[in-house]
Design a protein around this ligand. Structure first.
Ligand code: CA
Length: 236
């Protein structure tokens, strides 16, 4: 993102009217915007242009949004904001599990959309800065059988690659480089998501829940600090 002067955004959306409106708003907010009208075209456009962020509609012809997201995540950690007309909690959970970074229910205001886009790009920048700082210090982080490599963005447990979303990696990374230190949910949210949490937001708890599951026997190494938040157990 840093090397490019203009931030580029790929919109994958089949509703022509909405797509036109969103592209116009993105461009007037200073972004470069590209549109693909179905899932397959979206994946092709992504491979060709490597955008900084993807706005992904859920219901799409040829390949639906979830399938597009699944395929994107096989090779890319690009921030993805899902757009959906559905409001069912189960869909939101599935999308976030697969690796959507945020999600916006239609109909949405363009101001809200641009605010979410900005927040996602800020979060991405923050994660990249943290990772760059660790690259500069050349440190691969270890905690018992767990290893985090900020250069390749990969986590390994007992030599097996862990399948982490970008936010899960970011949170584990933050806890690991500050082991023993307790962080409030609010701090973790701001540090990892790049924006303050709102009342009732469970993103941090959900991410910790998933991380513990993925860490298996090492899961209880992320400790709940009652009345505060979370920390990584001081010693392995
Ligand atoms: Ca649609």
């Amino acid at each position: 993102m840093a090397a490019r002067t203009v931030t580029s955004i790929l919109l994958i959306e089949d509703e022509a009217e909405l797509a036109r409106l969103v592209v116009r708003e993105l461009m007037s907010a200073g972004y470069e915007a590209r549109l693909a009208r179905d899932g397959a075209a979206g994946l092709r456009a992504f491979a060709e242009h490597e955008p900084d962020l993807v706005l992904l509609d859920w219901m799409l012809p040829i390949l639906d949004g979830l399938e597009v997201l699944r395929r994107l995540r096989q090779t890319s950690a690009v921030p993805v904001l899902m757009l959906t007309a559905r409001a069912e909690e189960v869909d939101r959970v599935v999308g976030l599990e697969i690796g959507a970074d945020d999600y916006l229910t239609k109909p949405f205001g363009t101001r809200e959309l641009i605010a979410r886009v900005r927040a996602l790009l800020r979060r991405q920048e923050r994660i990249e800065q943290t990772l760059a700082a660790d690259r500069a210090s050349g440190s691969s982080l270890r905690f018992g059988p767990l290893a985090l490599d900020p250069v390749t963005h990969l986590a390994h447990l007992d030599g097996q690659e862990l399948d982490l979303t970008r936010t899960e990696f970011g949170m584990l990374h933050l806890l690991l480089r500050n082991r023993g230190r307790a962080f409030s949910r609010g701090y973790l949210h701001e540090a990892v998501w790049g924006e303050p949490s709102v009342d009732g937001d469970r993103s941090v708890d959900n991410a910790v829940f998933r991380l513990r599951k993925k860490l298996g026997a090492l899961g209880d190494t992320i400790q709940t600090v009652w009345g505060v938040g979370y920390r990584l157990r001081p010693r392995s």
